[in-house]
Ligand binder design. Structure first.
Ligand SMILES: [Zn+2]
Length: 335
C-alpha cells in the first residue's frame, strides 16, 4: 500500500506486496469470486440501503432502485478515489439487501462489493420473517445455503458472508436458533459468520452455540464490538480466534477507536481486528433517502490519528488489507 498526501487527506493505493496464503481460496463478490489478495483496502461494514419497516411489510416496491443508485453512486466513487477497493454491504434480507443494486454499483465504480445471506434478529426480532418461528435451524439453513449455491432473490449473485444479529444476553430461543442456523450454514458453505451483537456476554454466548456445532471462533466476526466498552471482552474473544470489529468510526469516535486499537496492539492482537464506519445509507421512507453519510472518515481522520500515534504502515495494512482478506476468505473453520 502506497500512501500519498493529497490536499491534507490520505489516499491509499493497493500495493502488490500484500500476499495471501492459500491463493486457491476465494472471496465472493456480487460479480463473482476474486482472490483474497485482490481485495486490498477494505471497508468491512458499511451500508447502501436500509428500510426499517420490518419483515412483515418489507418489499422492494417501497423504493426506487434507480434513485438509490443515483444517490449512492457519488459516495461510492468518492471512497474508491480515496483508495478503497472492496466495500462490504451489511444490509441483510428484510432490511435493505438488494444484490442487483449492489452489482450495478460495483460495475459503475469498479469497487468489489460483497453482500450477505442470513437474518437479522436484534431490535425485538422485527426484521425476522414469521416462518423463522416454526422452522428448525436446519430448515432455515437450507434457505441460506441455497442462496450460496444458486444466488439471491432470483439472481445469480451469491453472498460473501452470513450476516445475523442478536441483542444483549441472554439470547432468546429464536436468536439462539439464528446463531445455530449460521453454524450449520458455515459448515456447509465456508461463509464467515458476522453477528451484530448487543454486548460482550452475548458475544460469548454465540461462541458457545458455534462450539456445540464444532465451528471455530475464527469463523465469527463480532460486529459492533464497540457496544461493549470493557476491553477484556475484546481481548478474550480475539485470543480465542474471533474477529473483533470496531465498526462505528465517525468524527465523534476517533479517540475511542484509537484507544481500542492501541489496546489491541499492546496485546499483540491487531491481527484479529476489523475497523469500519457503519456509514451510508439511503433510508427508505425519507425524501431522497434522507441524510446519506459519506464513507471517508477512516481515510481523513482515523488513519492520520493512527499514524500520529505510532501505528506503522504495516500495522495499518494489517487492519485494512490483510485482516479483511483473511476474515472473508470462504473456507470451513472447525474447532
Ligand atoms: Zn450496520
Amino acid at each position: 500500500m502506497q500512501q500519498t498526501a493529497l490536499a491534507g487527506a490520505t489516499v491509499f493505493f493497493p500495493s502488490p506486496n500484500v500476499k495471501m496464503e492459500n491463493a486457491e481460496q476465494v472471496v465472493m463478490t456480487v460479480k463473482g469470486p476474486i482472490q483474497p489478495g485482490e481485495m486490498y483496502f477494505t471497508l468491512t461494514h458499511e451500508h447502501v440501503l436500509a428500510d426499517f419497516i420490518g419483515a412483515d411489510n418489507y418489499s422492494k416496491e417501497r423504493y426506487n432502485a434507480d434513485e438509490v443508485y443515483t444517490i449512492a453512486l457519488p459516495f461510492l466513487q468518492e471512497v474508491k478515489n480515496k483508495g478503497c477497493s472492496t466495500f462490504i454491504d451489511c444490509a441483510p434480507a428484510y432490511l435493505g439487501r438488494d444484490a442487483k443494486l449492489l452489482q450495478r454499483l460495483s460495475n459503475a465504480t469498479g469497487l468489489n462489493i460483497i453482500t450477505n445471506t442470513g437474518f437479522y434478529g436484534a431490535v425485538g426480532e422485527k426484521f425476522l420473517p414469521r416462518f423463522v418461528y416454526h422452522q428448525t435451524a436446519e430448515q432455515i439453513a437450507e434457505i441460506w445455503i441455497k442462496e450460496w449455491k444458486d444466488g439471491i432473490d432470483g439472481t445469480d449473485i451469491k453472498p460473501g458472508f452470513i450476516k445475523t444479529s442478536v441483542d444483549k444476553d441472554p439470547l432468546s430461543p429464536t436468536l439462539r436458533k439464528i446463531i445455530d442456523t449460521a453454524a450449520i450454514t458455515h459448515l456447509e458453505t465456508g461463509l464467515t459468520i458476522g453477528v451484530h451483537t448487543g454486548n460482550g456476554d452475548a458475544a460469548k454466548e454465540q461462541l458457545e452455540i458455534l462450539k456445540a456445532r464444532g465451528v471455530s471462533p475464527q469463523a465469527r466476526i463480532w460486529i459492533h464490538a464497540q457496544n461493549e466498552k470493557d476491553n477484556q471482552y475484546h481481548i478474550e474473544a480475539a485470543k480465542k480466534g474471533s474477529w473483533v470489529s470496531f465498526d462505528g468510526v465517525n468524527p465523534n469516535t476517533i479517540s475511542e477507536n484509537l484507544a481500542y486499537l492501541q489496546t489491541m496492539k499492546k496485546e499483540n492482537l491487531l491481527d484479529h481486528v476489523l475497523v469500519s464506519q457503519d456509514s451510508g445509507w439511503y433510508h427508505v421512507g425519507e425524501p431522497k433517502g434522507g441524510d446519506y453519510k459519506n464513507y471517508t472518515c477512516i481515510f481523513n481522520q482515523l488513519i492520520p490519528a493512527l499514524q500520529q500515534n505510532g501505528f506503522t504502515k504495516k500495522e495499518i495494512d494489517q487492519i485494512f488489507i490483510t485482516n479483511p482478506a483473511s476474515a472473508f476468505t470462504v473456507r470451513v473453520r472447525k474447532l
